[in-house]
Design a protein around this ligand. Structure first.
Ligand SMILES: C[S@@+](CC[C@H](N)C(=O)[O-])C[C@H]1O[C@@H](n2cnc3c(N)ncnc32)[C@H](O)[C@@H]1O
Length: 381
C-alpha cells in the first residue's frame, strides 16, 4: 500500500495515499481541518491549565490518529489519550503512528464510539466527537463524561444546522433552523441547545466556552457540570429567534413554550421562527483570551487562527445574531459604506458593535435595525 507522510503541528503521521478527501478514503485525513486541530490543541491546553491536574482524553473518531497524537504530544499535562475508530485500517495506521511518534500514553482502540463512550463512563476529562456529518447520534453517549469535563464536538452537516434543508435539522436536532444571514451562528446555537437538552436528562448541564464556524463545519466546546437545580437554571438559556426577512428586525424569545409573535413589531411583516436553540453565550471571553495568550506562533495556521480568535474575543461581548452590512444595504437600496465607519458610528451613539469571525461583512450590535439603517444612510450622505 502506498503511503504519504503528513507533518502537522509537532507530529508526523503516515496515511495511505488517497485520491480525494472523502469518507470513502481508506483512512480519513482532511488537511482543511488543520486549523480545527490547531485550535483544539490550544483549547484543551487552556482547559488542562484551568484544571491544574493531568487529564484523560478520548478521541472517539480518531481516523489516522493525528488529532489524539497531537493532543498527547503538544498539550502539557496529559495523562493518557485513547484514539478510537471503527475502521480497522485506520486503527492499524493509528497504532503505527502512535509508535512512530514515541508516545507511551496513547492507545488505539477499535470500537463503535457509542459503545466505547458508554463503557468508559466517568473515565474521561475530555471527549472529542468528530464524526462524518452529524454528531447527533453520539451526543447522549458522551454524557458519561466526568463532571467538570470538556466536550468538543464537530458538525459537518451544516446544510441541516444552518437551514438549507429544514427537515434533517428537525430530525437530527429536534429544532427548526432559520435560513438567515446569521444562519451559521444559529447552527452553533441549535447544536449547543441540542447538547444541553440531551445532557439535561442526566441532570447534567453544559456551558459553551468556545465555538466557531469555519469552512464547511461548526465546532463547539462545552464544559459539563452536574446537579438538578443548576441544570434547570441552565435550561433557561434555551429559546427561539424570530426574524423579519422584510426589515431584518429580529428578537430572541427565551423559554421552551413562549408566546412568539408572528407579526414584526418594526414593520408589520411576517416573522420567521427558529429554535429551540441556545440563546446564552457561545463564546466565553475569558476562555478565548486565554486561548489567544497560548496560541503557538509555530503552527502553520497561525495567522488564520489569530484572526479568528481576535474576532471571537471581540464578538464574545455582543448579543445573539448579527447584521450583514450588504443585506441591510440591499433593503435600503444603497451601496455599502466601509464597515469600520458603521461600527465607529454605532460606538459613538453608545451601542455595542463588533465584527464577527463568521462573516467579513457581519456586524454584531445591540442597536435596533432602524438605527443601523439611519447610520448607513448618513454615511452615504
Ligand atoms: C471525520 S473522520 C475523523 C477525523 C479525525 N478526527 C481527524 O481529525 O483527522 C471520522 C472518523 O470516524 C470513524 N467512524 C465512523 N463511524 C464511527 C463510529 N460509529 N465509531 C467510531 N468511529 C467511527 C471513521 O472511520 C472516520 O475515521
Amino acid at each position: 500500500m502506498n503511503k504519504i507522510t503528513i507533518d502537522e503541528g509537532q507530529v508526523s503521521v503516515e496515511i495511505p495515499v488517497y485520491d480525494k478527501v472523502s469518507a470513502k478514503a481508506p483512512v480519513f485525513y482532511n488537511p482543511v481541518m488543520e486549523l480545527n486541530r490547531d485550535l483544539s490543541v490550544t483549547a484543551l491546553q487552556v482547559y488542562r491549565d484551568k484544571q491544574g491536574r493531568d487529564i484523560r482524553i478520548c478521541d472517539a473518531f480518531g481516523g489516522s490518529g493525528i488529532r489524539g497524537i497531537r493532543y498527547a504530544k503538544e498539550i502539557s499535562g496529559v495523562e493518557c489519550v485513547v484514539v478510537n475508530d471503527l475502521n480497522p485500517l485506520a486503527v492499524e495506521f493509528a497504532k503505527q503512528n502512535i509508535q512512530e511518534n514515541g508516545l507511551e500514553n496513547v492507545r488505539a482502540t477499535r470500537e463503535d464510539a457509542n459503545i466505547l463512550l458508554r463503557r468508559c463512563r466517568g473515565k474521561f476529562d475530555v471527549v472529542d466527537i468528530d464524526p462524518f456529518g452529524t454528531p447527533s447520534p453520539f451526543v447522549e453517549s458522551a454524557a458519561g463524561l466526568k463532571t467538570g469535563g470538556l466536550l468538543c464536538v464537530t458538525a459537518t452537516d451544516t446544510s441541516a444546522l444552518c437551514g438549507t434543508y429544514k427537515e434533517p435539522c428537525i430530525r437530527k436536532y429536534s429544532a427548526v433552523p432559520l435560513k438567515t444571514e446569521y444562519c451559521h451562528e444559529n447552527g452553533l446555537r441549535i447544536l449547543a441547545g441540542f447538547i444541553s437538552r440531551t445532557f439535561a436528562k442526566y441532570k447534567k448541564y453544559t456551558t459553551p466556552i468556545f465555538s466557531h464556524s469555519t469552512e464547511h463545519y461548526l465546532r463547539i466546546y462545552l464544559e459539563v457540570g452536574k446537579g438538578a437545580k443548576r441544570t434547570d437554571d441552565s435550561l433557561k438559556n434555551l429559546g427561539y429567534i424570530a426574524h423579519c426577512p422584510k426589515c431584518l428586525h429580529r428578537m430572541t424569545i427565551p423559554g421552551l413554550a413562549p408566546h412568539i409573535p408572528s407579526e414584526c413589531s418594526n414593520c408589520g411583516g411576517t416573522m420567521k421562527v427558529g429554535g429551540p436553540l441556545w440563546l446564552g453565550n457561545i463564546l466565553d471571553s475569558d476562555y478565548v483570551k486565554r486561548m489567544l495568550d497560548l496560541l503557538p506562533s509555530t503552527i502553520n495556521t497561525y495567522n488564520k487562527a489569530l484572526k479568528l480568535l481576535d474576532r471571537c474575543y471581540e464578538e464574545s461581548f455582543g448579543p445573539a445574531t448579527f447584521y450583514d452590512l450588504h443585506k441591510v444595504c440591499k433593503v435600503l437600496k444603497t451601496s455599502a459604506p466601509p464597515i469600520i465607519d458603521v461600527i465607529e458610528k454605532l460606538h459613538e451613539e453608545g451601542y455595542f458593535a463588533s465584527r464577527t469571525h463568521i462573516k467579513p461583512t457581519g456586524i454584531k450590535t445591540n442597536a435596533p435595525v432602524e438605527t443601523i439603517k439611519e447610520i448607513i444612510l448618513s454615511l452615504r450622505g
